[in-house]
Ligand binder design. Sequence first.
Ligand code: UDP
Ligand code: MG
Length: 350
Amino acid sequence: MKTKNRSNGEGHSYETPVRNGIRQVELSFVIPVYNEEETLDELTSRILEHVPDPEAIEIIFIDDGSTDDSWMVIEALADVHEVVRGIKFRGNRGKAAGLQAGFDAAVGNIVFTMDADLQDDPQEIPRFLDKIEDGYDLVSGWKKVRHDPWHKVLPSRIFNRMLSYCSGVHLHDHNCGFKCYRSEVTKTVKLYGELHRMVPSLAGMEGFRVSEIPVQHHARQHGKSKYGIERFIRGFSDMLTIGFLRKYKERPSHFANTWAAGYMSIGSVLVLTGVICGAALVKGLVLILTGLVFLAIAAVTTTSGLFCELLVRKNVEVQAALPEIAQTVGDVNALTLPMTDVRGGRTAKV
Ligand code: UDP
Ligand code: MG
């Protein structure tokens, strides 16, 4: 395989592999789009301006059921620029679904995600690449100076602190749309619902190395934000999911039984107290009945924990999951093993 050295004029040199005379896609840009017709043209030009090799990239726009002319703009851009591709959803499925479709389609070794509204600045691209070259698997942007209203910035600061604590991945800005990944991350992490806010946490849970760099952030010039105050309620709910998954993903019955033990203790104490008071007395009867309700809740909690174990077991069987292996030596069938390289990042199953 031949390689070409390119520089983007900002001191960042980059090697573009050439196979059979065709330049390979090195960088994939995954950009979810929901009613952003005004910015797509300029965003494309600015990305092309700031990448090390404009012919070795792909820009994948995922139109998330826009009701404006975004799709027409994407089609026009794809006509003009060979590197532009578009995916269109039938309806609005949300940013996470858009990112996941882009991750599935991307072929570059390095994948960028960016918002389509030009709040993220493509001139930061080389800095992300430098950080990836330092050995990180995911580099997240940090909107250190943020150009959003205070009622968005303040809850977001609290959210980031709490999520860092719950997930064990300590970032100032988990939800920045501008991120750079090794493709192993984008092929491993699965996004659904509104988990687009949780990508660094999910990657961290998989053992990938996550870092962040401060990035320039601009105020929205066109269109309007697609998220209101409800984002925080949903975000906090997803945070609970992440906290739970991090600890109990493979042993949900331990979680269920911790609660069941609590209910059972309360129930037993109530029943015993009721018996001591005398079942014939109203007070005793009420205590016994309340105790029995707690014991029933304990039984239901334990049973649901067991059902969750069944689901985990099924999942393990389907994926034929093996414990993460750091290295092998000799004639091991590496093609079937989910490997972890020496840096701790998992390489994709081949
Ligand atoms: N977006 C999307 N589907 C949605 C909502 C948003 O694809 O249902 C895209 C949107 O077009 C933008 C990015 O996700 O490219 C971030 O959205 P927005 O700028 O509204 O979020 P904010 O900057 O206000 O957090
Ligand atoms: Mg925005």
